[in-house]
Design a protein around this ligand. Structure first.
Ligand code: 5GP
Length: 175
């Protein structure tokens, strides 16, 4: 077991996460019954959540990933989002769901949403494991959210601090 630094306080245990991801998968499964859902994960943070969610979904899915970056330091986004890795496959006429690790200012999600809509998807929904609405700079409407969190920087379950701690199976707030 990895040693957890003293400054980390547990927000959601692996069991809390497992339970919530199961609920989300059931909800999404009902909404998309009989359909094929194309999951678009935002690298790197959403990789862990996407792989757990996909394995619990009771419907067939396909995956693709894109990577974006916002200029700024590790914890404060500047607001300018740019593409680092585009999708491998076309999304035109597909039922697409964007999978995010966390929605903070909303700038990343807004950029990706506009990009995918311009590629003429059949339908588009947005699912984030975490939502921190306090820091929103642009309006984004979420279709599915795992947990709504207070204004604290979090790590684990795909989320990093300086590229570390993504592997932790629980979510911690850094004090
Ligand atoms: P937004 O564009 O909504 O401000 O930020 C989205 C991205 O910023 C997330 O996908 C995530 O990579 C990063 N981010 C925002 N808040 C946190 C946080 O509390 N912890 C970590 N590790 N990353 C965050």
């Amino acid at each position: 077991m990895v040693k957890i630094p003293e400054q980390f306080s547990l927000l959601y245990s692996a069991e809390d996460i497992d339970r919530r991801v199961t609920e989300l998968a059931d909800e999404i499964g009902q909404a998309y019954a009989g359909k094929m859902l194309h999951l678009v994960g935002v690298l790197k943070g959403a990789a862990v959540f996407l792989s757990d969610l996909a394995r619990k979904l009771p419907i067939p899915t396909t995956f693709d990933f894109l990577a974006v970056a916002s200029y700024g330091d590790a914890t404060e986004s500047s607001g300018v989002v740019r593409m680092i890795k585009d999708l491998d496959d076309p999304v035109e006429s597909r039922d697409v769901m964007i999978i995010e690790d966390i929605v903070d200012t909303g700038l990343t999600l807004k950029y990706i949403e506009e990009l995918l809509r311009s590629r003429k998807v059949a339908s588009l929904t947005k699912c984030a494991f975490l939502d921190r609405p306090d820091r929103r700079k642009v309006k984004v409407t979420m279709d599915y959210v795992g947990f709504t969190i207070p204004n604290r920087y979090v790590v684990g379950y795909g989320l990093d601090f300086e590229q570390k701690w993504r592997h932790l199976p629980a979510i911690y707030a850094i004090n």
